[in-house]
Design a protein. Structure first.
Length: 386
């Protein structure tokens, strides 16, 4: 039961909050062994709903791609057509994306999922799943990868490859979303994708996948029996292909969101904060999270940047008083911040910036992280139309 509550909590957390976390982008660009810019996003399964470039944030909402200028903090649909009204029903608008599950900035080009259909010689509708790219200004859309065999649910790009969580199409045209596997294909290469990581067992929830240098981390929960779940925390060495389930050797298994901070893996278990090395060794308890902020039911590591680690503290079934515990590199509290938002679709952080969507109020906020905890640290910068 406890595990079930934890899963519900995690799912609610991930579904309601997608936080971007990153090192300083320039550090990332200068040191290819570290995080890709896409790793600034934590998303349910693998979806990255925020991308960032040197000058802008990009995010998808209601099938539209928006861009926020970091300097002016002006937000608008990413469309350069002079007479366009950016109507939701207007497929000619540059900002309209057919599948609105994510956007990735890879080498200063924006990648996203798309789909097209055609009728084969028997009149049957064939669905083509596509990964497309375009320039940072929204122009020059082109297809990068097409498949009629796979339903692509989400993707990331890393070191020259597209990694896709996908399911094969059945003969009846359906695809089983609870049996996804990880496929990959070199960027720009046509043909079939390689089955890179196959899930065994009865089905999995895919909680988080992220890359760090030549390592890939993949947290899944497998349905076992009697409503029980088995959490796997995979590390894949991309240089050798070797796979390790770190939860088999960790004293305290990872069953919750995690983050990579100061080249260590940070996670919580039962209200306590832990760290371990990138290979799962040198595990140690850092603190009881209740010493930072007491009386919460759940504490989850949700985000970090090069300076700050964010722990999300919530009550069971009540996200109204969601609180962030913000720690510095020595795990000393910088602030404990009760969020002024009821529900959060996602937020992002880069450098000292962060953006947050309050989906209930349809509002977009900019947060100055250096002012976290002050009353004026969140600034309303955009209100979405219905
Ligand atoms: Zn438009």
């Amino acid at each position: 039961m406890k595990t079930k509550i934890l899963i519900c909590s995690i799912l609610m957390l991930i579904l309601t909050i997608t936080l971007a976390t990153c090192r300083n982008l320039e550090d990332t660009n200068n040191d290819p062994s570290l995080l890709d810019a896409q790793e600034s996003c934590i998303g349910y399964q693998m979806n990255t709903r925020i991308a960032e470039s040197k000058n802008s944030f990009y995010f998808v909402k209601d099938s539209f791609l928006y861009v926020i200028d970091k300097n002016s903090r002006k937000c608008m649909p990413l469309c350069s057509r002079p007479d366009c009204t950016h109507d939701k029903g207007n497929n000619d608008c540059d900002a309209y994306l057919f599948i609105a599950d994510g956007v990735v900035n890879y080498s200063d080009e924006l990648y996203f999922l798309d789909e097209e259909t055609y009728n084969d010689e028997n009149g049957q509708v064939v669905i083509v799943n596509k990964i497309c790219k375009m320039e940072l200004d929204g122009t020059s859309r082109q297809d990068v990868f097409k498949t009629e065999e796979l339903r692509i649910w989400s993707f990331k790009l890393h070191r020259g490859y597209i990694y896709m969580l996908a399911s094969p199409y059945n003969d009846d045209g359906s695809a089983n979303g609870s049996h996804q596997n990880l496929y990959r294909v070199p960027i720009g290469k046509n043909g079939s994708a390689e089955l890179f990581f196959e899930m065994s067992g009865n089905g999995h929830d895919y909680l988080d996948l992220r890359f760090f240098g030549d390592q890939m981390y993949f947290l899944t929960s497998e349905y076992v029996s009697d409503g029980k779940e088995n959490y796997h925390f995979w590390r894949v060495d991309l240089s050798t292909g070797d796979k390790y389930d770190l939860n088999e050797t960790l004293d305290v298994p990872v069953r919750n969101l995690y983050s990579i901070f100061n080249e260590k893996i940070l996670f919580t278990s039962d209200k306590e904060l832990y760290e371990c090395s990138l290979d799962g060794s040198s595990e140690s308890k850092i603190a009881d999270c209740r010493s930072y902020a007491d009386n919460f039911d759940w504490y989850s590591v949700i985000s970090c940047d090069s300076k700050r680690l964010f722990i999300d503290a919530t009550h069971d079934g009540d996200f109204e008083h969601r609180t962030w515990i913000v720690l510095d590199e020595n795990y000393t509290p910088i602030t404990v911040y009760t969020l002024p938002f009821k529900t959060i679709t996602f937020s992002a952080c880069m450098d000292d910036s962060m953006i947050v969507i309050d989906s209930e109020r349809k509002e977009l906020f900019y947060i100055d992280k250096t002012k976290l905890g002050c009353n004026d640290c969140a600034q309303l910068i955009y209100t979405f139309e219905e």
